[in-house]
Write a protein that binds this ligand. Structure first.
Ligand SMILES: NC(=O)c1ccc[n+]([C@@H]2O[C@H](COP(=O)([O-])OP(=O)(O)OC[C@H]3O[C@@H](n4cnc5c(N)ncnc54)[C@H](OP(=O)(O)O)[C@@H]3O)[C@@H](O)[C@H]2O)c1
Length: 426
């Protein structure tokens, strides 16, 4: 088939048949014309995607056969894309050939992974990606885009007043519609991705907030010291009570967002940021403290903390033991392809409230408000909007192994179509 000539930038979507990918594809199709971007889809069974596109006539996006187990099928797809939005996980296993093809063909790359060993390996390719003129952005979903973007907005807010951000304290609260089952909360794809982290042969890095700063001082010239980050910003799992609410460690893993936030700080073009470490902490609010329900919430917070601690300890086991444990968990947890199938919008909302301080003594608040199931509605919309934004250009400061906030570069308005709004004030 002849490749149509287009002057529009192209966003290439992988994983369009998955739980998150289906929502992302629908979103891209409603937004592409508005933004002036062409959508291209790569799937191992193109007919399944075409069946979903039935009725769109000539405006339907082109679908190419791409099987990530056959890297040769990737080249024609990536060669046509300006940005590859990769929603095919688990990423540790499936993403490396996609990233390699993006480096070869000069396409930007966006995905949702919270798999730490993979992000670490990408960080080691920072200089190569910069030389190729591309940005590689992991964790562009509920993990870790909201925390990264809200802190970045606060960093810019402080800088506008001539100050430098010193600390960020975030609390996220999700409102779940009544009657929602567990299968609507976490997909098999996410469960299997967590298992892949355990299976990875590289040394465990879960729980290190500075894991994404490796090599930056030497290569990117940042002054942020990983040890200073570890000292001022440790990841704590212990539940707390604050402002009348029970706070549990961030879900699904407290170790995913902090390394991203610290990498943005270290590479930020905002004045003063890259010279100072940031004290960052975050938590999930389980609701009010008080009465019998309060005790039940506190028990749930301790259970979440104990589960996360078990994950950190399991990640430190010798590799053969971890690999065997991963095999067992992989069989017992929901399989890839299962998960939220229904309405990811109605009744769902969530917000992240932030309290911020500056080195100059300033204090202010911020809030990120969003609609939709955070993991499978808002995540797909945010990642799609970030890809659409990047298709129109990426600043030089965001090239390399990047972050959602570096790639968005302060353009908060780009997230409004993803139903995400940020406000900052006193
Ligand atoms: N950061 C966040 O907040 C966040 C939120 C949600 C999800 N995630 C992550 O996003 C990823 C996807 O989650 P999901 O629930 O949407 O997963 P899913 O439903 O299992 O979908 C996986 C997708 O990958 C495709 N795929 C698998 N192997 C492939 C191959 N060899 N070649 C081409 N395509 C292949 C599947 O295609 P087939 O249909 O052909 O199998 C499917 O489209 C997971 O890693 C998850 O952890 C992150």
């Amino acid at each position: 088939m002849e490749t149509p000539i287009t002057s529009r930038p192209v966003v290439g979507l992988l994983g369009a048949t998955g739980i998150t990918g289906r929502v992302a594809l629908d979103h891209l199709l409603t937004r592409a014309d508005e933004v002036g971007v062409e959508v291209l889809v790569g799937a191992r069974d193109p007919d399944r995607v075409r069946a979903r596109l039935d009725g769109r006539g000539p405006s339907a996006p082109q679908v190419l056969r791409v099987d990530l187990a056959e890297p040769a099928t990737l080249a024609p797809f990536v060669a046509r894309a300006d940005v590859v939005l990769n929603l095919a996980g688990p990423y540790t296993r499936l993403a490396p050939p996609v990233i390699a093809a993006c480096l070869d063909h000069g396409a930007h790359y966006v995905d949702l992974t919270g798999e730490a060993p993979l992000a670490h390996r990408t960080d080691l390719m920072h200089d190569r990606a910069r030389a190729a003129g591309i940005a590689i952005v992991h964790t562009a979903g509920f993990e870790a885009l909201p925390a990264d973007i809200l802190v970045d907005a606060a960093r810019r807010h402080a800088a506008a007043a001539g100050e430098t951000l010193r600390s960020a304290d975030l609390v996220t609260r999700v409102r779940v519609p009544a009657g929602t089952g567990r299968e609507e909360m976490i997909s098999g794809g996410t469960a299997q991705s967590l298992v892949e982290v355990l299976r990875d042969p590289e040394p465990a890095r879960l729980g290190d907030p500075a894991v994404r700063l490796a090599g930056l001082r030497a290569h990117a010239g940042t002054a942020v010291d990983p040890d200073a980050v570890r000292r001022c910003s440790p990841i704590r799992l212990r539940p707390r009570r604050s402002a009348g609410a029970v706070l549990a460690p961030m879900t699904p893993l407290a170790s995913i967002n902090p390394p991203v936030v610290h990498r943005t700080q270290a590479l930020s073009p905002v004045a003063g940021a890259a010279a100072t470490p940031l004290a960052f902490r975050e938590a999930t609010s389980l609701g009010c403290w008080g009465g019998t329900a309060g005790w039940a919430r506190l028990a749930a917070a301790w259970l979440a903390a104990a589960t996360q601690l078990a994950a950190v300890l399991a990640s430190r086991l010798p590799h053969p033991v971890r690999a065997r444990l991963a095999d067992v968990l992989s069989r017992r947890l929901p399989p890839s392809g299962s998960g939220p199938q229904g309405d990811v919008l109605t009744g769902w909302s969530w917000e992240t409230k932030g309290r911020f301080t500056t080195h100059e003594g300033g204090r202010f608040h911020g809030v990120l408000q969003a609609e939709g199931n955070p993991g499978y509605g808002t995540t797909a919309w945010m990642a799609a909007e970030l890809a659409l934004h990047m298709a129109q250009g990426v600043p030089e400061t965001a090239l390399g192994s990047s972050t959602p906030a570096l790639a968005l570069d302060g353009h908060l308005e780009a997230l409004i179509p993803a139903r995400v709004r940020i406000r900052l004030g006193e």
